[in-house]
Design a protein. Structure first.
Length: 345
């Protein structure tokens, strides 16, 4: 028998953790969402999907009126398609003639994640971190050029450079420093790295090319200055309860965590994001990948007897399912008269 399905805007990407699947019961907390901007930085989280036997069998069960999950139907003793639905089945043959397009799609995210680069509420500029007697020398670390920073690390030179002592100026400076290009691990820079490695064990300051990441040295230097200034000032107001610096680690910083101490509002929640991945490929440059959508026709051929085909056709007509999803989203429907003739071998 032959069933022809027309479909439009079928999504061909997955944004759920592939370590779980629809072929098993849902985990207690549901399947993990991996479609956030942060998750999509990892190539393994940008997942393309095609029509498979699972897709086809899910459709067939849906149109005959079986609303169970596919794995539930398959596990039952009364599974209608038991005789033809199995691995490497030659009883179910399908052909997809869809045309794929790439589209910018905004997807919802209701996991409660927070925006790493945003904050809410009024900014508190009178915090002790910015108005204490140590503030100028402490935050002045961020005003040093890279060579002066290395000299400070190695030689404990006094910091005379200054930067406006307020949350916005500090985070803007950190964001600029985060864009600084990697530096060769040699000379005074190498001495600074070796000094910090001895001072802060387990912190890595080099990238995969064995180059120095400046932002890591600046952030570690804030911790170094925290210790050095403690000889002259009470630095308790600069520390969190755990003894660190709010939103700043020895390797980097997070805007939302830094600003959470200095704003009256909560961290800004993310309710969705564009489904997009950008990567740099050697010899090509920056490549942007978007959501893949497909529109076209799916032909399903079932190797069953004429009598069985008529039974399936009757069940489809009685169920009256006018439209359904094809895989993820999109609109699909049976577009032609169902052909109950047996397949020609």
């Amino acid at each position: 028998m032959k069933i022809i399905i027309d479909y439009d805007s079928s999504w061909r990407n997955s944004f759920l953790d592939p370590s779980t699947s629809n072929n098993e019961p849902l985990p207690k907390n549901g399947r993990k969402f991996i479609g956030s901007m942060t998750s999509l930085r990892k190539p393994e989280n940008f997942i393309k999907r095609d029509i498979t036997l699972d897709t086809v069998m899910g459709i067939l069960n849906r149109v005959i009126g079986d609303q169970r999950k596919l794995y539930q139907a398959r596990d039952s003793d009364d599974y209608f398609f038991k005789a033809i639905d199995y691995a490497n089945s030659d009883k179910v043959i399908f052909k997809d003639t869809g045309i794929e397009t790439s589209e910018m799609t905004y997807i919802r995210n209701i996991t409660g994640s927070t925006d790493q680069n945003s904050f809410t509420g009024a900014i508190k500029t009178n915090d002790a971190m910015f108005s204490s007697d140590y503030s100028a020398e402490f935050w002045g670390i961020l005003a040093l050029d890279f060579e002066a920073l290395c000299q400070f690390i190695v030689s404990n030179t006094k910091v005379t450079a200054t930067i406006p002592a307020n949350p916005v100026s500090i985070i803007e400076k950190l964001e600029l420093l985060n864009k600084e290009k990697a530096v060769a691990n040699e000379g005074i820079a190498n001495e600074a790295v070796e000094y910090l490695k001895q001072r802060f064990e387990g912190i890595e300051y080099l990238n995969k090319k064995s180059e120095i990441m400046p932002i890591s040295l600046y952030c570690s230097s804030l911790y170094l200055q925290l210790d050095r200034l403690a000889q002259y000032f009470n630095m308790d107001s600069a520390k969190t309860k755990a003894g660190g610096i709010s939103g700043i680690s020895k390797r980097g910083f997070t805007t939302k965590d830094f600003m959470s101490r200095f704003t009256t509002g909560d961290k800004k929640k993310i309710w969705g994001n564009p489904y997009i991945r950008k990567e740099r490929i050697k010899g090509i440059g920056e490549v942007t990948s978007l959501m893949t959508k497909a529109s076209g026709q799916l032909e399903i051929n079932l190797d069953v007897s004429r009598e069985k085909a008529k039974e399936i056709k009757s069940m489809i007509e009685n169920a009256g399912v006018s439209s359904f999803y094809l895989g993820k989203k999109g609109l699909a429907y049976i577009s032609q008269e169902i052909d109950t003739r047996e397949l020609k071998q």
